[in-house]
Design a protein around this ligand. Structure first.
Ligand SMILES: Nc1ncnc2c1ncn2[C@@H]1O[C@H](COP(=O)(O)OP(=O)(O)OP(=O)(O)O)[C@@H](O)[C@H]1O
Ligand SMILES: [Mg+2]
Length: 225
């Protein structure tokens, strides 16, 4: 499948395991984009859970600004044909990697793979990364250590394992904090946190994700030209 068919720079969050933080980071990215004055579409491909769509409904009820355009999509084809005039498409996917995950990864400018730090989490994530790389996503796959606990040595071991496997790892890790969960439940994400001690963590993560997405953008523009 050729690249450049999607109408904007596309940032995807995929995983092999469920509950690793895809939807949390997708929302953090979308909120960051909106606050930065970028036009963004949060594309929710998880039709069973509709996490981002439901979160956006809570956001609207709570009158949280800026508005986020969060919509459910059944397929990549539907997204390609949608009337989309944005700077970023942020794609959130189902827990279990499926054909759509692979198709989306092929067409995305950057594919973030959030993962826990344990071998139980890393093994299937690295296996998925290898599969996606084989399918043409090589160089666009970025692992993200997510929901990281307080143990520095556990995180350091995970960093080493990913480096040994030869995959890129985002410099910032996404730490496990109850406040982030409460924020999401209230229709907020990332920098919108109501907990001052979490604000810097959220901003660092947002900056790291954006820096990586911006680095991928010239490819998108070249493909579209
Ligand atoms: N940094 C964090 N600290 C604490 N809780 C978090 C954090 N990030 C996400 N969560 C919570 O963990 C749970 C799973 O996160 P999330 O929904 O983002 O994962 P997911 O990979 O999208 O899951 P699924 O595979 O089911 O779609 C949610 O309850 C979410 O609120
Ligand atoms: Mg999810």
């Amino acid at each position: 499948m050729t690249k450049g068919r999607l109408p904007a720079a596309t940032v995807s969050f995929v995983s092999q395991k469920g509950g690793v933080g895809k939807s949390a980071l997708a929302r953090l990215f979308a909120v960051g984009a909106a606050h930065r004055g970028k036009r963004v579409l949060l594309a929710d491909f998880d039709l069973e859970q509709l996490t981002c769509v439901e979160w956006n409904a809570a956001r609207l009820r709570a009158a949280i600004e800026p508005d986020i355009d969060a919509r459910a999509f059944k397929s990549l084809k539907k997204l390609r044909h949608a009337e989309v005039n944005v700077d970023f498409i942020v794609a959130d996917t189902r827990g279990l990697a499926d054909d759509l995950t692979k198709e989306l990864a092929e067409e995305s400018d950057v594919v973030f793979l959030p993962t826990g730090t344990s071998y139980d989490d890393l093994r299937p994530t690295l296996a998925l990364a290898h599969r996606l790389a084989k399918r043409g996503a090589e160089g666009r796959i970025v692992m993200v250590l997510s929901k990281v606990g307080r143990s520095d040595s556990q995180a350091a071991r995970a960093v080493e394992t990913i480096a040994e496997a030869g995959f890129e790892l985002l410099g910032e890790h996404w730490p496990l904090r109850d406040g982030f969960q409460a924020d999401l439940d209230a229709g907020r994400a990332g920098r919108e946190t109501r907990y001052p001690q979490l604000r810097e963590i959220a901003e660092k993560m947002e900056n790291a994700l954006f820096k990586r997405a911006e680095a991928a953008k010239p490819r998108a523009s070249a493909a579209a030209a």
